[in-house]
Design a binder for this molecule. Structure first.
Ligand SMILES: Nc1nc2c(ncn2[C@@H]2O[C@H](COP(=O)(O)OP(=O)(O)O)[C@@H](O)[C@H]2O)c(=O)[nH]1
Ligand SMILES: [Mg+2]
Length: 342
């Protein structure tokens, strides 16, 4: 299996898009193959520049992404697109819409598009965006564009995977106030007022400037770029702002800090996901859950001590299975290392 994965990663590195798709599926599924793949990919990462595009549904993110991709391709960049849309898990209409809207990109050489379903709605797991970025990075994509809908904590987390975050606002939608609420203002490196062909672009710009003047002062002041994505207007200015931000990040040290924070965050996320998964599996295998649920329902035990007791039980079972000279096996606890590893 390991040799197969090595071959898969070699093919991905050689530019085979099918291998890249397969690796992304493994990553989305999680599990041991995903872990092994990431291990093989990781030494080849750290080169790509990641641009996050966030904003309300319908703001024109996909249209912008398509235009940005086209502009980057014309500068001989290899472009990868990750569309993370929590409002359209698996078969949602918006997903299909995105595919159609971005089909210019799909047809363009050097552009790879992947839609990632947010697992938020289904299982509470954040989509493995950071890991997917590793795969595209190792596959030699110079620029990776990540599109997400800017609502909720999950998306803020996704957008932190980016070197530069573009927040897309639209005139006449009361966006500036909404943005402030969702904490989006804080994460914006660049603002785009898209649909600048609509009335109210100048007013939105003014509102935004006054909101920004209230915020913390930093050596980077987010520029505000006006675009009409559907007509390809303002795209060069937007890319110039991205380039400016990259230069500032590199020279100020912000880029290094942000990337190491991302690695730390990915480490912690995996740690908690993996531990939760293992403890739950243990509870399942030992048929502990009905008992716990009953005790909780009858208010015989509080939820905190129930969780602590389960963790203690899990750790005890691990101790006996990992101990170099295990004590006499307990009944129904004859767990082996193999059973427990993913
Ligand atoms: N008038 C106008 N329409 C736009 C502009 N940009 C995008 N659109 C349209 O807005 C709609 C939503 O765009 P889309 O890219 O799917 O938005 P997303 O949900 O943020 O990804 C589409 O019908 C686009 O053609 C723009 O700058 N001006
Ligand atoms: Mg979209």
């Amino acid at each position: 299996m390991t040799r197969d994965l090595q071959l898969l990663v070699d093919n991905l590195r050689a530019g085979n898009m099918r291998a890249l798709s397969r690796v992304l599926s493994l990553i989305e599924d999680g599990g041991i193959d995903s872990t092994r793949c990431l291990e093989l990919l990781y030494p080849h990462t750290g080169r790509a520049s990641v641009i996050g595009i966030t904003g309300a549904p319908g703001a024109g993110k996909s249209t912008l992404v398509d235009q940005l991709a086209a502009a980057l391709v014309s500068k001989n960049k290899k472009v990868g697109i990750l569309a993370v849309d929590p409002t359209s898990p698996f078969t949602g209409g918006a997903l299909l819409g995105d595919r159609i809207r971005m089909n210019h990109s799909a047809a363009r050489e050097g552009v790879f598009i992947r839609s990632m379903a947010s697992r938020g709605a289904l299982g509470g797991l954040a989509p493995r965006t950071a890991e997917a970025i590793f795969a595209l990075d190792a596959a030699g994509y110079d620029s990776i564009l990540v599109e997400t809908v800017g609502v909720g904590q999950g998306e803020v987390e996704i957008i932190r995977t980016s070197d530069t975050v573009i927040v897309v606002l639209v005139p006449g939608m009361g966006d500036s106030v909404q943005a402030l609420k969702a904490g989006i203002l804080e994460i914006a490196d660049i603002f785009t007022i898209n649909k600048a062909d609509y009335e109210g672009a100048a007013r939105l710009r003014k509102e935004l400037l006054s909101l920004l003047s209230l915020g913390e002062k930093s050596s980077w002041q987010p520029p505000i770029v006006q675009t009409v994505a559907s007509e390809g207007k303002g795209i060069d200015e937007l890319l110039a702002a991205v380039e400016e931000h990259r230069k500032w990040s590199d020279s100020s040290g912000a880029a290094v800090t942000r990337r190491s924070q991302l690695l730390q965050q990915t480490f912690e996320r995996h740690l908690s996901e993996e531990l939760l998964c293992r403890v739950k599996r243990h509870a399942d295998e030992q048929h502990l859950l009905p008992q716990i649920q009953q005790a909780l329902a009858a208010r015989k035990q509080d939820p905190i001590s129930a969780a602590d007791a389960l963790i203690a039980d899990f750790l005890k079972s691990r101790d006996s299975s990992f101990s170099p000279s295990p004590p006499a096996p307990k009944k129904k606890r004859g767990k082996t290392k193999q059973q427990d590893s993913r």
